[in-house]
Ligand binder design. Structure first.
Ligand SMILES: Cc1cc2nc3c(=O)[nH]c(=O)nc-3n(C[C@H](O)[C@H](O)[C@H](O)COP(=O)(O)O)c2cc1C
Length: 368
């Protein structure tokens, strides 16, 4: 029996992230246009990828010297176009690939998420998914009129209600609701379209979804929780997970944990495809690949401030306050907790400088 092999591409915002590299040509101008994205999805289809996950963060970073400068100067995590817009266009220029935009729970109301993803599911012929995230930075919350994000674990409690609403809205149209019966003048069967009348502690929604039924019935849910709470949440709802544990043993452990949690929550563990985040080095020969891997560490050393700003953006900590040549020590965050935990475990007793260089060298997954 052949073992199915699944591949997804993690698109971190728009493709300007490699700006300045000799191989990215005119990307400083091209990133606004459709052609780069189109080329990406069509290449992924040729390579038989299952889906494209479009990352999102809804703010410009300031996690270096409390300033946006390094983020703007280097195009780091900036710009970020709306993933729903990018996802819709990519659905139109592809035919087989799953399109999975990230919509953050603090920024999009549950009804809006159900409607956006439902609409992409329709225009793509049933290829839409939703990467479900709860956010990580207070700066993003401030773009929506809040002072700060709720605490990490509360965000997952809120997400539990949120996801129930989204799922119920997708189910507010029963199969067979579309009749298209021209003889009797009936397009939809009113008996198969229902309100959901959900009233929760954090969110409420009446329904039904006015965008109509989804070709998949229920679009795919992707999640990447890494903390205990996050993993339980992912195990409860995700159809696919892209996780970032470091090393084969941790990957196996992650998979075992999620599968056990799925069973405990009454799910079949085979109903969720777990993928792991890698940043492979592709080269013609082994020695070239090893040389390129070494270059990652060299570049990290040369661009240490940018690398720290990037890591800080990911885990919501401004590392400019610390001495580069002192041990990393204890840190905490209200952002992605498991990402910080992994960094601290790998850092051990090494200095901040050494830890960041190691993080960027061979074998490390890209930040998230
Ligand atoms: C592959 C991958 C993609 C992710 N995409 C996003 C994203 O687009 N936006 C976001 O705010 N968080 C994103 N995250 C962060 C996760 O949602 C989650 O917060 C993180 O893995 C830490 O887990 P925890 O919140 O349970 O600590 C991503 C994580 C991974 C591994």
């Amino acid at each position: 029996m052949q073992t199915p092999f699944h591949l997804a591409w993690f698109l971190q915002g728009s493709s300007v992230q490699a700006w300045g590299e000799p191989w990215t040509g005119n990307i400083g101008q091209d990133w606004m246009g459709l052609s780069l994205f189109k080329d990406l999805v069509q290449s992924l289809e040729r390579a038989c990828f299952d889906y494209l996950l479009i990352e999102d963060s809804i703010y410009i970073g300031e996690t270096w010297q409390n300033s946006r400068d390094i983020f703007l100067k280097t195009g780091m995590c900036t710009p970020r176009q709306d993933p729903a817009v990018v996802g819709s266009i990519l659905a139109a220029v592809s035919s087989r690939l799953g399109i999975v935009p990230t919509l953050s729970t603090f920024a999009y109301a549950p009804y809006l998420t159900a409607r956006i993803i439902g609409s992409i599911d329709q225009i793509s012929g049933g290829r839409a998914g939703w990467n479900m995230v709860t956010g990580s930075s207070d700066l993003s919350a401030q773009n929506f009129g809040m002072d700060k994000l709720p605490d990490h674990d509360i965000r997952y409690d809120m997400a539990e209600e949120y996801v129930q609403i989204v799922k119920q809205l997708w189910s507010s149209w029963e199969p067979g609701a579309l009749l298209d019966d021209r003889k009797n003048g009936v397009l939809f069967d009113p008996g198969k379209v229902h309100s959901i009348d959900y009233v929760g502690q954090y969110y409420s929604s009446r329904g039904p979804l006015n965008s109509g039924p989804c070709p998949q019935g229920r679009p795919v849910i992707a999640q990447a929780g890494g903390s205990t709470k996050g993993k339980t949440f992912a195990a409860g709802h995700a159809d696919t997970i892209v996780a970032a544990p470091v090393g084969v043993a941790n990957m196996k452990q992650y998979r075992d944990d999620v599968r056990a949690s799925m069973v405990a929550q009454g799910r079949n563990p085979d109903d969720c495809k777990i993928l792991f985040l890698l940043s492979p080095i592709v080269s013609e020969t082994e020695s070239q690949a090893r040389w390129l891997a070494d270059q990652r560490a060299v570049l990290a050393e040369r661009n240490i401030e940018a690398r720290l700003a990037r890591l800080g953006w990911n885990i919501n900590i401004d590392f400019s306050q610390f001495d580069l040549d002192q041990p990393v020590g204890e840190l905490s965050t209200n952002g992605h907790q498991s990402t910080l935990a992994q960094f601290l475990t790998r850092a051990g007793k090494s200095t901040l400088r050494e830890a960041v260089i190691a993080q960027n060298s061979n074998g490390s997954p890209p930040d998230r």
